[in-house]
Design a binder for this molecule. Structure first.
Ligand SMILES: [Zn+2]
Length: 1078
């Protein structure tokens, strides 16, 4: 035949001809190949509709169960009709009559409602998701058997698209008033041979374009061109198919780079939609994958997040049962081992571990397996403690790709050993396609080979494909495309396998890999340490609340106030509280990058959790302390004696009074306390008293007279007012903006200036600075380097510059500053307590800004080239200079409860109760307090905030100065209302578990999960040195046996016990867990 291409065939016109023939739209669409895909179609016999009115989560109500829905009245609708508004749910009942002439043909139902949807059978079983653009068909039959019986299906339409409903932009705030049009609902005959040819041509065309300078590329072009001619001239589909098969059968070489290809659909647990929509996304996405598994025996799919499996089981138990079958076959592969894919920076060490504790436990109980790798492809940076956290729960592998988003420096590896702060190492892989949403295209496959930073070191990579973020997952076409090029000369070799296969391959080459030490700092999205401040506040408080609850439960158990059997029910309640807090650590909720509705739902989860935790706390306090009222008790969950001034909310009638108690009225005009939140705020009116609290348990309230009282001196006109307590002395100017000077008298008894503006920047210690906060795109996520150029002092109006609230008090000294700037109003209280070297700042602010960032700054009289930041179970150092691009890119970093900057003889620590964003340049410490992004939540942070932080000057190193203990104390006691609990007992249980070495901190004390007569003690070395400690037990905890255990509480070797104590030695920053049987 005369189809041979001329010798000098024009490449441009040939490629244009091929791609035109593949194209489904345009002027020639009726003569191109896609027009032949569905040669015949018919309307549905009937299309009727029912709306679920009300808020988004209305669909979860009993009234809207499937069994109820089918008994309701449906009304007629037609194609072209509109449905809404956003977040509503609509049900359709469809009746289908397939013509007998279609017998033997493949028949599809086609649906496009321009929204997410799912098809159900008449029993209410979800059959598949339906998504506009990539999954609009449902296979009624691969070969219609000729039945004349009418078929009924139901379709659930969710009025949102894959990415919610952003108003004109992906991350714009939700358009809550949007309507979605039903574009298509019909049945059609599907020509599978045309589909095969279309896929062949598509891939050949891609190879021709990608391998443009390669013989294989030209061969692909010629093959495709010949196919088009065969189809167009003779409609010889068989021959066209055969020549494609010949091209694809020419295999690649033995040493070809291998990509282990696995389906994936990253469903953000909440983001541009709330949790309740995620529950349906999971059903739609995963059921669609079950369909593909039935169709393709080689297909494997990876999926993280125990919470998502739990939701599936709750809402779609029949889908869950099928998932379970495929998990057993090793094709639906749970990965990651965590409850959800959490933020990688902000969660506390204990919360981070609990992600695995609850996640792995879920996978074990439901599927009989635990995950072998940590899986966090889409999180905004990775703490330097993660390697040890993984090792502590038995994981040695980690996968992410997010580091490819760094804006400044390209990360130098895709495969490497990652060493954490304690020296633990894990094997890490970044899929070299730099994505988890790939589509099975030739360009992605080749990019995955060419982009690898480890050429010559690692010859295998992971290829993660499927629609993600909003769910969806792989499609038939993605799998078909990869099947074509599985083993084709010029392309990488593809292996359809899971992560275990890949990591075993990588482990064979792991001796060639490099090592990266310290955090995986993402040079982007560092505004996520600050956005949605209330979520972060809830998070920190919840982490400590849970810590306290488990401590209380331990006391109740070891003193036998509650039996092991009775505790089981409480344990489930505490587990649920933990799971809610872990859920809200999802990597778009805790970072603050979700829409308003998702944030409001997250707040609700916290509030419900606190109601539950308060109820359990009251129950245990009552059980342990009895019903008497002759005394009052204070609970100290910290494992060391604490001497501190506590603030206790004034309650009418029951308030203790006396010479050692000072009553304080903050006279806040802004402050409002509501419900459960009040316990974690400084009350507007409170009494202050100095107490010494026994470690780890209860102490009777017994106010003491301080060694050094607070002395307030008003000073002469024009001279500053002065607050001192023998340890610190604070001068406050009384006119204009109240500037402060701080002096510290440490063990050397020499008074030293704390604030010092060495470089004459004009920075005022303890004051607020405003920055513009207009990033390139990712509004809630980012702070750009250039924001540092926009710093200015607020233009205050309506100020009350200085007001003293101390009066004749001796326990606490307080100065107050009230100011208004732009649209925001604030009250700042500077607080000094008796016998404490801390200068504390409590700010109530009504924040009403647009793309402004608020920071507090401290110029400190310290020369240091690095600052130290608390991270999970330890600390990490970052530079205070910008020598290199790597240093410069860290202009905003994450730290937990404290940051310290020290020189050889002294230092200054800043402690916070819920802030995470820091910048230390030269000797100026900046703590980010608030952002005001408008996308994706137009009202982000536009409300009142209660902000607590403190300055702690010290002599010697921070390790020598008990900085870490002070940071815990401020979080647990200092920034909160400390309740006085009525009791009739005189002897109270305490000192349950203490450490003799201040470097060894007992972080968790909890009843063991699986053993009724045991508790778990988790401790860590906090100073970064080798440390030996004796762990003394008491207060009713009498150990019969102590065993080492891991983070999952699996018992290990015995530890000798003597005098109800045991001893342990830690490496720098080592985490250790023990099971103590009583
Ligand atoms: Zn994500």
């Amino acid at each position: 035949m005369a189809t041979t291409a001329p010798m000098h065939k024009n490449r441009t016109t040939t490629l244009g001809r091929i791609s035109g023939f593949l194209n489904g739209g345009g002027l020639f669409s009726n003569v191109n190949l896609p027009a032949k895909l569905y040669p015949e179609s018919r309307d549905l016999t009937s299309l009727t509709w029912l709306e679920i009115q009300g808020p988004h989560d209305e669909w979860q109500k009993d009234e809207w169960k499937f069994s109820e829905i089918i008994n309701k009245t449906f009304s007629e609708k037609k194609i072209g009709d509109w449905f809404g508004k956003t977040w509503t749910t609509h049900w359709f009942k469809i009746l289908i009559d397939v013509p007998t002439s279609w017998t033997g043909k493949e028949v599809h139902l086609r649906w496009n409602s321009s929204s997410e949807a799912a098809i159900y059978d008449t029993q209410g079983r979800m059959l598949q998701g339906l998504s506009p653009g990539f999954r609009e068909e449902f296979i009624l039959s691969r070969s219609w058997e000729g039945s004349t019986q009418q078929i009924t299906y139901y379709i659930e339409m969710a009025c949102n698209d894959m990415f919610g409903s952003g108003n004109g932009d992906l991350i714009a705030p939700t358009n809550n008033d949007r309507y979605f049009q039903l574009n298509r609902a019909d049945i059609a005959v599907y020509d599978r041979q045309i589909y095969k040819l279309h896929t062949d041509l598509d891939i050949l065309n891609q190879i021709a374009n990608q391998l443009s300078n390669d013989h294989r590329g030209y061969q692909a072009m010629d093959t495709a061109n010949e196919m088009v001619t065969l189809i167009q001239t003779d409609n010889d589909l068989e021959k066209a198919s055969q020549i494609a098969d010949v091209y694809f059968s020419e295999g690649n070489g033995k040493k070809a780079h291998t990509l282990v290809t696995m389906g994936h659909c990253h469903i953000d647990t909440a983001w541009l939609w709330p949790y309740e929509e995620t529950m349906r996304k999971i059903g739609r996405s995963w059921m669609s994958q079950i369909g593909l598994m039935k169709e393709y025996p080689e297909y494997v799919f990876t999926c993280s997040s125990a919470q998502q499996y739990e939701w599936l089981n709750k809402w779609y138990p029949d889908v869950f049962a099928q998932v379970k079958d495929y998990v057993e076959q090793g094709r639906f592969i749970p990965v990651g081992g965590t409850w959800i894919e959490n933020d990688g920076n902000i969660p506390s060490g204990e919360a981070f571990l609990r992600q695995f504790f609850y996640g792995q436990r879920y996978f074990k109980e439901n599927f009989g397996l635990t995950c072998k790798e940590f899986w966090l492809p889409d999180t905004f940076g990775y703490s330097a403690q993660i390697p040890q956290l993984l090792r502590h729960i038995g994981i040695g592998r980690f996968l992410t790709q997010k580091m490819s988003w760094s804006l400044v420096n390209k990360f130098p590896h895709h495969n490497f050993w990652w060493e954490g702060i304690d020296g633990s190492e894990v094997l890490v892989h970044f899929p070299p396609g730099d994505s988890y949403n790939m589509n099975g295209t030739v360009s992605e496959l080749l990019y995955s080979v060419n982009n690898s930073q480890d050429k010559g070191r690692a010859n295998t990579g992971i290829y993660l494909y499927g629609y993600g973020d909003g769910g969806g997952g792989p499609t038939r076409s993605m799998i078909e495309r990869q099947k074509r090029v599985q083993d084709v000369d010029g392309m990488p070799k593809l292996v359809f396998e899971g992560p275990d296969y890949f990591f075993k391959e990588l482990e064979k080459e792991s001796n060639k890999l490099s090592k990266w030490v310290g955090e995986l700092y993402l040079e982007l999205h560092n505004g996520t340490y600050t956005s949605q401040a209330k979520i972060k506040w809830f998070n920190r408080k919840s982490e400590f609340f849970l810590r306290e609850l488990e401590h209380l439960a331990t006391i109740a158990r070891v003193t036998n106030k509650i039996s092991g059997a009775d505790y089981e029910a409480d344990k489930e309640r505490i587990d649920r509280c933990w799971k809610n807090v872990l859920l809200n650590q999802f990597h778009d909720i805790l970072p603050g990058s979700s829409i308003e509705l998702a944030n409001q739902v997250a707040w609700k989860y916290y509030e419900e959790t606190w109601v539950e935790l308060n109820a359990i706390r009251k129950k245990y306090n009552d059980l342990i302390l009895g019903n008497g009222t002759t005394a009052r008790a204070i609970f100290n969950p910290l494992p060391w004696e604490v001497k501190t001034v506590i603030f206790n909310k004034l309650d009418s009638g029951t308030q203790p009074a006396g010479p050692n108690i000072q009553e304080v009225d903050l006279k806040s005009a802004i402050g409002v306390e509501n419900g459960g939140e009040g316990q974690f705020r400084v009350p507007n009116q409170f009494s202050a008293a100095l107490v010494t609290l026994a470690p780890s348990g209860y102490t009777t309230f017994d106010p003491q007279w301080p060694l050094n009282t607070v002395v307030y001196t008003a000073g002469a006109t024009g001279a500053p007012a002065q607050y001192s307590n023998g340890l610190v002395r604070l001068e406050v100017s009384k006119t204009g903006i109240p500037y402060e000077e701080l002096y510290f008298t440490g063990p050397s008894k020499v008074e030293q200036k704390v604030f010092g503006d060495r470089l004459n920047t004009g920075t005022r210690g303890g004051h607020y600075y405003i920055y513009d906060d207009i990033p390139l795109y990712w509004d809630a996520w980012d702070v750009m380097d250039y924001h540092l150029e926009t710093r200015r002092f607020p233009k205050y109006t309506e100020n009350t510059p200085f007001e003293d609230l101390t009066g004749a008090g001796r326990i606490v000294g307080i100065s107050k500053f009230t100011g208004t700037f732009n649209n925001s109003k604030l009250e700042r209280y500077t607080i000094i307590r008796a016998d404490s070297p801390l200068v504390e700042y409590y700010t109530i602010i009504d924040w009403k800004e647009n793309r402004k960032m608020l920071k507090v700054e401290f110029p400190v009289d310290i020369l240091s080239r690095e600052a130290t930041y608390e991270i999970q179970f330890g600390n990490a150092k970052r530079p205070t200079h910008i020598n290199t691009s790597w240093d410069m890119a860290k202009f905003e970093v994450c730290g937990h409860k404290w940051m310290d900057i020290s020189q050889a003889d002294k230092g200054v620590t800043i402690i916070t109760d819920s802030k995470y964003g820091w910048n230390v340049r030269d000797n100026i410490v900046r703590l980010s307090l608030l952002k005001s992004p408008k996308n994706p939540d137009a009202n982000a942070d536009m409300h009142k905030h209660y902000i607590y932080y403190a300055v702690l000057p010290h002599e010697g190193s921070f390790q020598e100065s008990e900085v870490i203990r002070r940071a815990y104390e401020l979080n647990v006691l200092g920034a909160n209302n400390v309740p006085l609990i009525p009791t009739g007992l005189t002897a109270l249980p305490n000192s349950i578990a203490t450490s003799t070495n201040p470097a060894v901190i007992i972080e968790a004390l909890k009843p063991a999960h699986d053993i009724q007569n045991a508790v778990v003690i988790r401790l860590y070395e906090a100073h970064g040195g080798s440390a030996t400690a004796t762990i003394q037990l008491g207060g009713g905890l009498n150990a019969t046996k102590v065993q080492v255990c891991d983070g999952l509480e699996a018992p290990g070797v015995d530890v000798p016990v003597s005098n109800n104590s045991f001893s342990t030695t830690c490496r720098p920053f080592e985490i250790q867990s023990f099971l103590v049987t009583f």
